[in-house]
Design a protein around this ligand. Structure first.
Ligand code: PEP
Length: 258
């Protein structure tokens, strides 16, 4: 299968935003956009990762197509039990949440998600049947030192022993150069494509599955078409621009139509 036959994914990461009223407004606005829209599930998968507080509201809303509710995090502990503040993969599954972000650079850098923690979260999510959007990416310093490719491929190799062959079907990879997240600086389509090509080649050594490769880092309606036309970019993980329903819709349309 050529990389472009992979149905694209456009996923919004709301991080620690927004307040309840804005969630309700966003859902209503996005609902209206989808009602007049040719973007169906065959053209583009959609997901939103709201705060844990808003997962149920998003999940309960009946859009005219799937808008998958994505958890921003999962516990490294399984099942149920005395783990205050934690949300296990089994509980997510019980609430019909089938997707989770793991490895986001903010969690790696600010919340001590080291590789052992990430592997435990990954193992738990995969065993519970949850699909994981696994984030990788280099710092500006690493890029300037010419280490970007090595760092990113290592981040993927780090999880290889945790993912069984059939479980690769439950993995999407999001390449998110850290210097492009929330900074307004996007990797050029050429640089993003070049890294995605390397990631795809690296993944081919590990699995025969075609893994969707999402780009993340200041994706906006203005740059989405150029990114969407790159052969190895199968979607986007969108932070800031996903908080506006119309911007998120335009990004989804760019990927659905290219
Ligand atoms: C993100 O946090 O995953 C992200 C890509 O953020 P932004 O689009 O705001 O750069």
């Amino acid at each position: 299968m050529s990389a472009k036959k992979i149905t694209p994914w456009v996923v919004g990461n709301w991080k620690m935003n927004p307040q309840q009223q804005k969630v309700t407004e966003w859902i209503s606005q996005f609902d209206t956009a989808l009602n007049n829209s040719p973007i169906d599930e065959q053209k583009c998968h959609l997901g939103i990762a709201p705060t844990a507080l808003a997962l149920s509201e998003l999940k309960a809303h009946k859009f005219n197509r799937n808008v998958h509710a994505v958890a921003q995090d999962v516990s490294r502990f399984s099942g149920t039990g005395a783990f205050t503040g934690e949300m296990s993969a089994e509980l997510l599954k019980d609430y019909q949440i089938d997707y989770v972000l793991i490895g986001h650079s903010e969690r790696r850098e600010l919340l001590n998600d080291n590789i052992d923690v990430l592997k435990a979260k990954l193992k738990s999510a995969l065993s519970a049947g949850i699909t994981v959007i696994y984030c990788v990416g280099e710092t500006l310093q690493q890029r300037e030192d010419g280490q970007a490719e090595q760092i990113v491929l290592q981040q993927i190799c780090d999880i290889a022993s945790t993912v069984g062959e059939t479980q690769w079907a439950q993995i999407l990879v999001a390449y998110e150069p850290i210097w492009a997240i929330g900074t307004g600086k996007t990797a050029s389509p050429e640089d993003a494509q070049a890294m995605h090509e390397k990631i795809r080649a690296g993944l081919k050594q590990l699995t025969s599955q075609d893994i969707p490769l999402l780009y993340g880092g200041s994706v906006k309606p203005e740059n989405a078409v150029d990114l969407a036309t790159c052969p190895d970019i199968n979607g986007a993980l969108v932070g800031g621009a996903s908080l506006q329903a119309d911007s998120f819709y335009k990004i989804a349309a760019a990927f659905a139509e290219n």
